[in-house]
Design a protein around this ligand. Structure first.
Ligand code: FES
Ligand SMILES: [Fe+2]
Length: 314
């Protein structure tokens, strides 16, 4: 992607689907990171993500493939693959060819989302996606409402918005620009406003594919954002919103209003994102947010050597 000076696919956990989008026994073709993939949920409920094309004669396992117990049968000649990608049955052969294997992606299901792990060198997961208690279905919070967007940009550039305090005023019309600070803690980036700032917000990025925002205005709420590269040009970005139910508050009505407002914010951002260029050496001034710190942190997801600042703060 010539628009950006970093690789299209970073290291981290990325959203493959919402949990509710795929039931046990279901199979779906998906396309992430420029690859055709197949997502399926075994009969016991375990989700799996495999490269889509069968090593035999190349059928797409997501178009007509069927779940059978823990595995997936190819629609073409009914070879069967397990969640780890290994072929476990060829119905008409005495011996399974030893190389009969498709690539299996590491998957974890958390916070109502099925995530997959990507690493440029195939390294195993370097961190975990935490459980976010507020996202667990309960009567204490409104049901999550999500919106999704297909955006012609890269998350490294889009997510820079999180530390760009001034853009909230000029693009989204907030009454004031929040004074944002950030702190890199290994694979997490914590962003927060100073005590006493009229715009109280904090957020945590867990690698380059998942961020959680904790807001107190207009009410206590949690927003999560996830972004997955579709290919070298497009990213699918989602947000999901929930508000805490408090006495005397119509939290459902408020949540519905907030989702519309966040959707409008997203449209405002997308117009900028899809048409901007990425300045490798931006001309910053003293009122800009901690953009350089953000860039130093996010670069760890495509560089081999962690930045010294990360080693220091752990
Ligand atoms: S192409 Fe999959 S079993 Fe033949
Ligand atoms: Fe924005």
């Amino acid at each position: 992607m010539s628009r950006f000076p970093f690789p299209p696919y970073l290291d981290g956990w990325f959203r493959a689907a919402f949990s509710h989008e795929i039931a046990p026994g279901e199979v779906q073709p998906v396309h992430w990171m420029g690859r055709d993939l197949v997502l399926f949920r075994a009969d016991d409920g375990t989700p799996h993500l495999l490269d889509a094309h069968c090593p035999h004669l190349g059928a797409h396992l997501g178009h007509g493939g069927t779940v059978e117990g823990s595995g997936l049968r190819c629609p073409f000649h009914h070879w069967r693959f397990e969640g780890d990608g290994r072929c476990s049955d060829v119905p008409y052969a005495r011996r399974i060819p030893p190389a009969a294997q498709v690539r299996a992606w590491e998957v974890v299901e958390r916070n109502g989302v099925i995530f997959f792990w990507h690493h440029a060198d195939g390294a195993p997961p370097g961190f975990e996606i935490p459980e976010v208690p507020e996202l667990r279905p309960s009567g204490a919070w409104t049901p999550l409402v999500a919106r999704r967007y297909r955006i012609r940009s890269h998350w490294v550039d889009m997510n820079e918005n999180a530390v760009d305090g001034e853009h909230f005023l000029h693009v989204h019309g907030t009454p004031v620009a929040p004074r944002l600070q950030c702190e890199s803690r290994g694979h997490e980036l914590h962003i927060f406003t100073a005590p006493g700032d009229p715009f109280q917000v904090r957020s945590v990025d867990h690698g380059p594919g998942f961020r959680v925002v904790y807001a107190t205005e207009p009410t206590e709420s949690v927003i999560f954002l996830a972004a997955t590269p579709i290919d070298e040009s497009y990213t699918e970005s989602i947000f999901a919103y929930t508000a805490r139910r408090l006495p005397g508050l119509d939290a459902d009505a408020l949540a519905a209003t907030m989702v519309e407002r966040l959707d409008a914010d997203m449209q405002q951002d997308i117009r900028i994102w899809e048409n901007k260029v990425y300045r490798e050496s931006p001309l910053l001034c003293d009122g800009d947010g901690p953009i350089s710190e953000y860039r130093r942190w996010i670069s760890r997801f495509w560089r081999q050597e962690p930045e010294p600042v990360d080693a220091r703060r752990g």
